[in-house]
Ligand binder design. Structure first.
Ligand SMILES: Nc1ncnc2c1ncn2[C@@H]1O[C@H](COP(=O)(O)OP(=O)(O)OP(=O)(O)O)[C@@H](O)[C@H]1O
Length: 118
């Protein structure tokens, strides 16, 4: 946990959570490795904006989506496929309890085409 709390993004955690709550869209710019992909989804989850909606995180590559899901699940102390899951082509691991989903850009596009509400 110490290692995670040392990531540069943690210095701005309060501000980022506030901006997420106060805005419909937010552009966050940070150096590579600063913790955008692994930490911001947790901030959104903890901000509890809507308990019934999922947080989708996209990645260009399938391996990255799966590896990030594994990593964030460990960080949250949750089994993969419970709070944190992934959806990539030919493979997925989610459940009705999943709130953070790592997916490829292609899979999100596909869901958007199939779901008139997205
Ligand atoms: N699957 C993983 N296993 C172990 N460590 C990881 C994993 N994914 C990320 N990390 C570590 O967590 C830290 C934050 O990474 P993260 O991907 O959140 O950064 P980022 O700001 O999104 O970077 P980028 O702009 O390159 O996508 C980094 O130190 C990275 O080494």
């Amino acid at each position: 946990a110490d290692e995670i709390n040392r990531l540069p993004i943690y210095r701005q955690k309060k501000l980022i959570k506030k901006e997420i709550r106060d805005n419909d869209s937010l552009v966050l710019v940070g150096e590579t490795g600063s913790g955008k992909t692994t930490q911001v989804p947790k901030f959104v989850f903890q901000a509890n904006i809507n308990r019934y909606k999922c947080i989708a995180v996209t990645q260009p590559r399938r391996v990255a989506a799966v590896s990030l899901a594994k990593r964030v699940a460990v960080e949250l102390g949750s089994e993969l496929g419970h709070t944190v899951g992934y959806i990539v082509r030919f493979d997925s691991n989610t459940s009705t309890n999943t709130r953070i989903i790592f997916m490829t850009d292609g899979m999100l596009l596909r869901e958007a085409l199939l779901d008139p509400l997205l």
